[in-house]
Design a protein around this ligand. Structure first.
Ligand SMILES: [Zn+2]
Length: 386
């Protein structure tokens, strides 16, 4: 039987809103602590959902209860253990290099489900420095430094070498990465730096005047690289680019799009002007514009221009099932309140607005047309003298 599986006995149980907590005579599980998440695994056939130390006891959370005294097999999930050990040992390595070679202390760290992070005591760092750091780390991974974990009495601890002072007493667990790190640590670790595979920094952020690096190591780094390649492949497929040309091409596409948007806006302005002239030829006080095939931006441009003539403008856009009501502010009619009240009475659509402009959205063209007809009628009845 491996060190990750053992036969043991349930010694106590308790229940809370999370589920059923158990203590075991012996436990192979690592409880959450020191910035490292708890192990996962199984007790009997039940998944271990969490492991916490409370009052000096290791408590295992299950979704079902075993009575105290039950003989069980406790087995940790070796894949999760390995992954947590890799992310945690990666932090040792990053902290050691940053502190010993660059004089930058680690302030805090944590391992997450997706990535891990360290906050470091420096106000500035750029991506060129991050790349240099990754290359230093990669060299130490290649050199395959052995990692030793051992317990010694507190009197034998070499305090001058300790990465961080410890307030523990009695036997102290030392984690030593040969030639790199000497640390009092209770976490789980890989056996050599080579087992880290690769450490990749994923984000660089300023927080509280410091820098926070998030990173992935081992299989997480492989997965991150594969996801990035997949995203790039999709862009290459769409834009016919290569890794070398993609950045320039995306910027070019973006510039072209902005240019097109400016052109479209100018064209919409001209179209709007022509359509508005047609609508306001009639001596109408409430003017309706129906946009069956046009973009929403064109419909709103037309409605705005009609409103600017002093009329109450109503516009419908069939593509988005939206209705717009506007005036130029000279009318004693709060269209937001008017529209919201009308829709509530009709029991369709959702919308509102302010004194001079309002809009509503409907779930179908049928609803839009019904509302448009009703709104225009109500406006004509309310606004035009009998
Ligand atoms: Zn550690």
């Amino acid at each position: 039987m491996s060190q990750h599986t053992l036969e043991t006995i349930v010694t106590a149980t308790k229940t809370d809103q999370s589920g059923y907590w158990h203590t075991l005579k012996n436990s192979p599980f690592y409880a959450e602590g020191g910035g490292q998440p708890a192990d996962r695994g199984w007790i009997g056939t039940h998944h271990v959902l969490d492991v916490q130390i409370k009052d000096g006891e290791v408590w295992h959370l299950l979704s079902e209860a075993f009575p105290a005294g039950t003989s069980v097999e406790a087995r940790i999930d070796e894949g999760v253990r390995r992954d947590h050990s890799i992310q945690h040992t990666a932090q040792h390595l990053l902290t050691a290099i940053l502190e010993d070679r660059h004089g930058i202390r680690t302030l805090s760290f944590g391992i997450g489900e997706e990535d891990s992070s360290i906050e470091i005591d420096t106000a500035e760092m750029d991506w060129a420095q991050v790349e240099a750091l990754e290359e230093e780390v990669q060299q130490l991974i290649f050199e395959n430094h052995p990692i030793h974990v051992y317990e010694i009495p507190e009197t034998e601890v070499d305090r001058t070498r300790l990465r961080k002072e410890t307030d523990r007493t009695g036997m102290i667990r030392i984690v030593e990465i040969e030639g790199l790190d000497y640390n009092a640590c209770g976490g789980t670790h890989v056996k050599t730096t080579g087992q880290l595979g690769m450490i990749q920094v994923t984000t660089l952020k300023k927080v509280r005047g410091n820098i926070r690096l998030t990173y992935v190591a081992g299989n997480r780094a492989l997965k991150a690289t594969q996801r990035a390649r997949e995203a790039l492949r999709s862009i290459h497929h769409t834009l016919s680019t290569t890794n070398e040309s993609v950045a320039a091409r995306v910027i070019e596409e973006h510039t072209i799009r902005l240019e097109r948007e400016r052109e479209i806006k100018a064209l919409e302005g001209r179209i709007a002007k022509a359509k508005v002239e047609a609508v306001i030829k009639e001596d109408n006080y409430v003017a309706l514009h129906v946009g069956r095939t046009e973009a929403e931006t064109l419909t709103t441009a037309i409605v705005e221009q009609i409103a600017a003539t002093g009329r109450i403008a109503v516009g419908a856009n069939y593509g988005t099932n939206k209705l717009f009501v506007m005036h130029d502010g000279t009318h004693d009619l709060p269209v937001g309140t008017f529209l919201r009240a009308a829709l509530q009475q009709m029991q369709i659509g959702r919308g509102g607005g302010n004194h001079k402009q309002a809009q509503a959205r409907f779930t179908s063209v049928v609803e839009l047309e019904r509302a448009m007809k009703e709104i225009v009628e109500r406006l004509q009845e309310g606004v035009l003298p009998c």
